[in-house]
Design a protein around this ligand. Structure first.
Ligand SMILES: Cc1cc2nc3c(=O)[nH]c(=O)nc-3n(C[C@H](O)[C@H](O)[C@H](O)COP(=O)(O)OP(=O)(O)OC[C@H]3O[C@@H](n4cnc5c(N)ncnc54)[C@H](O)[C@@H]3O)c2cc1C
Length: 395
């Protein structure tokens, strides 16, 4: 006889572990199946090893989804403060970096340990190095029989928490999408999000040797803007402002950078002209941004001369370029370096309160596999915790 569980959770990542501990605490018999050799690998590598585990400013507006309302219920029922309470109960020291982003003082390992300890205390079984061979639905729509490399089990509920496609070397797989399709679910097109952008041809050549230079910008695309650092890389551009806008950008889209963020470019230029008439534009700009970048701008995109020699139309043109400099990206670095996967299981066919499939009773989808993707800054983990919790109280 196959062992019987109330819930089998496929994927021991952020959402899967949260779902498991929540269901376990309710006395449910829970099995987590993880194909990697250990759970929570992405948590371990997150936030530069310090895990940006939530954002205290989380609202539904911080997420991309074909249905922006879908995430509301779960986020309202499991808030950043609920997760912070668990972190504090486990005496994990943390700090706020910027904009409500909470990081561990020491290591992401503490977050994984906390989740696993909670699972163990709740009697959850975790099978690592375990792969699914096949899943068969029980007779009369009742439950699932899950055949794995470590034997077969039966379960009333099956929770898909297998994440997205980013960082395949960390265990990412298309398993959840294939399973969803197999059960008749629509999977919205997936693509890499929170990912560096690549430049090619002359666009790359013009910036390549400035690799390592960083500057504050406001990046805008398709009606969205993010103000933060931009980092020039060997292949293109990265940094928080670029990662954020990458989720809203697709090849061919117009992407603009305000190189004087927070300032009115025309006012600033007029002030410089009045106060430093003999200084050249590249010198003046070099005080507002990295000198090498200012010099390159003046060589290739702007005319350089003493400030007093610019007439009004020329200043207007300069201001327009500096506040909406076109960045011609050729693509993204793809899933190899992306933090998240956009798109996924269509939310129209999933209950927003329980995460249960509207097509297959007992089948649940949580975390990144669903078409809900957060901004950079702890929002993706908060979605994993909230959706995992929503299913954990339902299975
Ligand atoms: C480098 C990096 C840094 C990040 N930093 C942050 C951050 O600081 N803050 C933040 O909020 N978000 C961050 N993210 C995003 C965040 O890690 C994810 O959004 C989050 O982990 C998604 O949770 P999940 O449980 O849905 O998926 P995952 O955490 O990816 O878990 C999925 C699990 O399922 C397993 N799995 C996959 N297929 C199968 C299968 N067929 N059988 C069994 N198991 C399977 C995987 O091995 C994995 O353990 C980062 C992502 C990356 C890549």
């Amino acid at each position: 006889m196959a062992e019987t569980f109330d819930a089998v959770i496929v994927g021991g990542g952020a959402a899967g572990l949260m779902c498991a501990l929540t269901a376990g605490q309710r006395g449910r018999r829970v099995l987590v199946i993880e194909h990697a050799n250990k759970v929570g690998k992405k948590i371990l590598m997150s936030g530069g090893g310090r895990c940006n585990f939530t954002n205290t400013g989380t609202t539904p507006a911080n997420y991309l989804s074909a249905n922006p309302h879908f995430c509301k219920s779960a986020l309202a029922r499991y808030t950043p403060w609920d997760f912070i309470a668990m972190v504090e109960r486990h005496r994990i020291a943390y700090h706020e970096k910027e904009l409500g982003q909470l990081f561990c003082d020491e290591s992401s390992k503490l977050i994984v340990k906390m989740l696993v300890d909670e699972c163990m205390a709740a009697g959850v079984r975790i099978n690592t190095g375990c792969s699914i061979e096949r899943i068969v639905r029980g007779e009369g729509d009742s439950g699932f029989r899950v055949h794995t490399t470590q034997g077969a089990v039966s379960s009333a509920s099956l929770v898909v928490a297998s994440g997205g496609l980013s960082i395949p070397s960390m265990g990412a797989s298309g398993f959840g999408y294939e399973l969803a399709r197999g059960y008749g679910h629509t999977v919205l097109p997936t693509r890499a999000g929170l990912v560096p952008l690549t430049l090619s041809g002359k666009h790359q050549e013009r910036l390549q040797d400035l690799s390592g230079v960083a500057l504050p910008v406001t990046a805008s695309c398709n009606g969205r803007s993010f103000s933060n650092q931009l980092l020039i890389t060997h292949r293109g551009v990265s940094g928080p402002s670029i990662l954020q806008i990458s989720s809203y950008w697709q090849p061919g889209d117009d992407l603009r950078l305000d190189l004087l963020p927070g300032r009115d470019a025309m006012d600033w230029l007029l002030t410089q002209q009045r106060e430093r008439p003999a200084a050249e534009l590249k010198t003046v700009l070099g005080d507002a941004m990295p000198k090498r970048f200012a010099q390159r701008l003046c060589e290739l995109w702007l005319s350089n001369k003493p400030m007093k020699q610019y007439n009004a139309p020329e200043l207007k043109q300069l201001a327009a370029t500096l506040s909406a400099w076109p960045l011609v990206a050729s693509g993204t670095e793809g899933y190899r370096t992306a933090e998240v996967t956009l798109g996924g299981v269509d939310t129209d066919e999933v209950s927003s309160s329980t995460m249960m499939s509207k097509r297959v009773p007992g089948l649940y989808f949580i975390g990144e596999v669903i078409d809900v993707t957060g901004w950079l800054g702890g929002y993706n983990f908060q979605w994993a915790w909230a959706s995992g919790h929503a299913a954990g109280v339902a299975v």
